[in-house]
Ligand binder design. Structure first.
Ligand code: AMP
Ligand code: GLY
Length: 419
């Protein structure tokens, strides 16, 4: 089979590597991919906004199915578009993608189906938002409504910080803003919970804990993700069941009630408070870097899982995982998540990997036969081991050998679980 992957990050390189292991896959195409996918797949440079051109290429090259990595094309309706041409696409349609694309859609669903989440208010202009904030308890959370690459969320400690947040959102820092959300601050521990769904059946697809803040000790600005480990230290059978009963099932029921079947990965970003799960957000895709942390642990042939999803027979399959834990550290360009330089060379030629160690490329490309940086998050260093401390040490040792002078990374990924 020929498969196409949409996206260019570490998540997409990890997806490529998992598919590459399967005997069923004869060719992988990556749209547009990065320097890592380039060595195992065909990178095709088509603008992801140009659905027409993507569709033409997929049909012309007889690609059997497509997996969508990032949220933007999903929210823009790429699945609905490609399916009109009988192309098999793994990912949710435009309506289901509102779970990520519109925080207000999700909050309303939570209200209707009694899904535990932070109390919230929706504001459509500056004045009422500010007068609400004058009389609020702090910290408080302020969010832009649409997609903002993980950066449209402010945790404000006082009124003057909240004032800046409201102004920035309504002044269009994250695109045109018609609404913002003001939310109660949930004080607990975060957990990422994944399922894979074929529209009729779904299965759990692991848990992870992600570190979104840029600096050690979870300080500084929010980023796309600085590292993750799996499984989350909070995971227990009892908590999994609560998450399924209180959050996942009512969400899927809510979608069914509007005649929408959920197909694809679904990622619930949760806050766990005294053993109880609260939904912070949904993402309609795998997490990045959680995907890179999780996929190496997968024992079952990934292409088989996707095939079963297209047949809507996921229920027949037992998804198996390696017992080892895994940790991912993200090597970033200095300056991320603000401004940084691109096109800085990375020397990966003499880098040997230990057993159960992987380098997934994120923001990289090939320039004049050399691998250079091409984004804020550049490489993902993953190590699997039964001992997370050792896994982290081995990832850091590898980062020391890579010794990229333009980069930085967090040395404390997994600190909550590693003594
Ligand atoms: P989101 O983009 O909604 O996932 O938010 C990004 C990050 O902000 C989350 O991963 C949390 O760390 C934090 N966050 C969002 N909403 C809340 C909340 N209501 N209470 C506490 N932290 C939050
Ligand atoms: N790691 C957070 C995300 O993928 O949204």
């Amino acid at each position: 089979m020929k498969v196409g992957i949409i996206g260019s990050g570490g998540r997409e390189h990890a997806l490529c590597c998992s598919l590459k292991k399967s005997n069923n896959i004869e060719e992988i195409y990556c749209f547009p991919g990065n320097a890592g996918t380039n060595s195992i797949a065909k990178n095709i440079d088509i603008d992801l906004k140009n659905f027409e051109k993507l569709k033409d290429y997929i049909i012309k090259n007889k690609i059997d199915f497509i997996i969508i990595g990032p949220e933007k094309p999903l929210v823009d309706g790429i699945v609905d578009f490609l399916e009109k041409f009988n192309i098999k696409v793994f990912g949710p349609n435009r309506i289901a993608s509102q779970l990520e694309g519109s925080k207000i859609f999700t909050k309303k669903l939570c209200e209707k189906y009694k899904i535990p989440t932070a109390k919230f208010g929706i504001f459509s202009s500056i004045k009422p938002a500010l007068s609400f904030l004058k009389n609020s308890n702090y910290p408080i959370v302020i969010k832009a409504d649409g997609l903002a690459a993980g950066k449209g969320v402010y945790i404000s400690e006082n009124y003057s910080e909240a004032y800046v947040a409201v102004k920035e959102i309504f002044n269009g820092k994250f695109g045109k803003a018609e609404n913002l959300l003001i939310e109660e601050y949930l004080d607990g521990e975060e957990m990422s919970f994944f399922i894979i769904s074929d529209g009729k059946n779904y299965k759990m697809f692991g848990t992870a804990q992600d570190h979104k803040r840029v600096f050690e000790g979870d300080r500084g600005k929010n980023t796309g993700g600085m590292g993750a480990y799996s499984p989350s230290r909070l995971e227990t059978d009892e908590l999994n069941q609560k998450i399924i009963n209180k959050i996942i099932e009512p969400t899927l029921r809510g979608l069914k009630d509007i005649k929408c079947e959920y197909k694809g990965f679904l990622y619930a970003g949760l806050m766990i408070i005294n053993g109880e799960p609260f939904l912070i957000e949904y993402n309609v895709r795998m997490g990045d870097p959680e995907c890179q942390t999780l996929l190496p642990k997968l024992k079952t042939d990934f292409s088989m899982i996707i095939k079963k999803c297209f047949e809507q027979k996921l229920g027949d399959l037992n998804i198996e995982w390696h017992k080892d834990k895994s940790i991912c550290i993200v090597l970033c360009s200095k300056g991320y998540p603000d401004t940084y330089k691109n096109n800085i060379a990375l020397n990966l030629k003499k880098i040997d990997l230990k057993k159960n160690q992987f380098i997934f490329h994120a923001g990289t490309k090939i320039l004049k036969n050399e691998i250079v940086s091409n984004g804020g998050r550049v490489l993902n260093i993953v190590t699997m081991s039964n001992d997370l401390k050792l896994a982290r040490e081995n990832s850091i040792e590898l980062l020391n050998r890579i010794n990229w002078k333009n980069g930085f990374y967090r040395k404390d990924i997994g600190y909550r679980v590693i003594q």
